[in-house]
Ligand binder design. Sequence first.
Ligand code: GRF
Length: 204
Amino acid sequence: MVEGDKDKNAPLRIAVLGSGSGSNCQSIIDAIDDGSLNAEIVCVIADVEGAYILERAAQYGIPAKFMSAAPYKTKLDGVAEEEYLAELRKYDVEVIVLAGFIRIVKQGLLDAFPQRILNIHPALLPAFPGIDSWKQALDYGVKIAGCTVHFVDAGIDTGPIIVQRSVPVLEDDTAESLHARIQVEEHKAYPDAIRAVGKVVRGK
Ligand code: GRF
């Protein structure tokens, strides 16, 4: 179906890709459930067997499955990329939401979903890209930290920014306490960003 055919008010068909606990996926499920986000999670895919995100999704009747991305450890490429693409096409996915997906997305997926892949990062980009960014922020001594939802491009944590939310860094913060405060904001930022992208996709 071409986009123009879709009803302007049809729920946005999103796929969530993750590797871990899936608390961001949960926040999206909750926003859909409470009617504040007009979307449907049509599938959840994890590259880690037994990742809790799969269990969360299954509890809501969302098709959820582990898909290996071997032999690569840090990217989604080659045959695995093709398999992921086939799975996403099966569900007529419009927007891909990376929620704690630990792999770098490569050109095949980027080309198939131009400006349609979102990522959430636990820092105020462009500061502190890469891993353990809340630790980087704490070690650097910033007073304000936060999270960013952005479009994914070929770089690492570099694509155009959609939503940012900030939190204070407190005197007695540990890496864990700061990360927990950032995650509370992540859970608001992702539904907000998907809502905004949904409007663009539907031409509103
Ligand atoms: C989040 O902190 C997100 O910013 C980062 O990975 C974490 C995923 O957490 N990209 P969860 O699996 O959504 O709980």
